[in-house]
Design a protein around this ligand. Structure first.
Ligand SMILES: C[S@@+](CC[C@H](N)C(=O)[O-])C[C@H]1O[C@@H](n2cnc3c(N)ncnc32)[C@H](O)[C@@H]1O
Length: 272
């Protein structure tokens, strides 16, 4: 960690990737890497929105393998693990090997996640620090899948992460992100942030005297973010909608989609 000119910002650099934490306002951050996220959004409360009956393990395989993208300090990842343990739907769920991979670009959060992952609980949860948008991320994902004898995850969770990808990588980055996740999973769950959160994120940066998101003004996917995410997944990633939840207390819903083809085709031109 080191201080920069702004004094209140600390930076951490891992594998060439730099993230910042604002000490005066921990809510002013560029990637949603809030250090105190679960004080405000308790993980257990968020499980209430999850439907039952969509978490099917293949009975011949007897494995259920999940990915949590943007796992922060791992609190929700562990809660998801316990939820899946109780809700995987197969004829012999007690015998299903459940494993989860949580990834986040912030090394401090990943360290915390590892510290909170008590090996005595018997949960098979692995955490890796990586930027999902970086080229080398697919190697980390593939290595994990191979270690589980798989090509695909059964489920990939994307809770409250799409806005940060969108703000930092633009419309094409959002599409690329969803395509990349879809290429690696049978089911994808997305909890998109409503558009007003984009404005709030920008306002907090400005208030903390930090440069705004440079791509914010050029975004074409604005307004109804749930609809944009749904259109990208169904029209450009080869997924069908399975179900969606109602809004939670802070106006977010869960959208769940299922792969309809073996490969993502019908892809759009990212340069258009
Ligand atoms: C608002 S938090 C949500 C945490 C968790 N998914 C939840 O909903 O409880 C967003 C997380 O996504 C992570 N993140 C943002 N962009 C990322 C990227 N490109 N690759 C990996 N993680 C990312 C941030 O570091 C942060 O921990």
């Amino acid at each position: 960690m080191s201080s920069n000119d702004e004094g209140s910002i600390s930076e951490t650099e891992t594998r060439g990737y730099r993230v910042t934490h604002n000490k005066t306002d921990p809510g002013a951050c560029r990637h949603g890497n809030f250090i105190n996220y679960y004080q405000f959004h308790p993980a257990e409360e968020r499980l209430r929105q999850l439907p039952r009956g969509v978490w099917h393990a293949d009975p011949t395989d007897r494995k259920y393998v999940g990915l949590d993208v943007g796992c922060n300090a791992g609190n929700l990842t562990l809660a998801l693990y316990d939820f899946l343990r109780a809700n995987i739907d197969d004829s012999s769920s007690d015998n299903t090997d459940l494993s989860l991979l949580g990834v986040d670009l912030d090394p401090v959060l990943i360290e915390r996640a590892k510290e909170g992952n008590d090996p005595n609980t018997g949960r098979d949860v692995t955490y890796k620090c990586m930027d999902f948008m970086a080229a080398e991320s697919s190697g980390v994902i593939d290595e994990f899948l191979t270690s589980k004898g798989r090509d695909l995850f059964d489920v990939a969770f994307c809770f409250s992460v799409t806005m940060w990808i969108h703000l930092n990588h633009g419309d094409s980055g959002l599409v690329q992100f969803l395509r990349s996740v879809c290429e690696k999973t049978r089911i994808i769950l997305v909890e998109p942030q409503p558009w007003k959160c984009y404005r709030n994120a920008s306002r907090r940066l400005k208030r903390a005297n930090v440069a705004d998101f440079p791509m914010l003004q050029s975004l074409r996917y604005t307004g109804e973010m749930d609809t944009h995410v749904e259109n990208i997944l169904t029209e450009h990633c080869g997924f069908d909608k399975l179900t969606e939840s109602g809004n939670n207390d802070w106006g977010r819903k869960l959208l769940i989609f299922k792969r309809k083809q073996t490969k993502c085709d019908n892809l759009i031109d990212l340069n258009e």
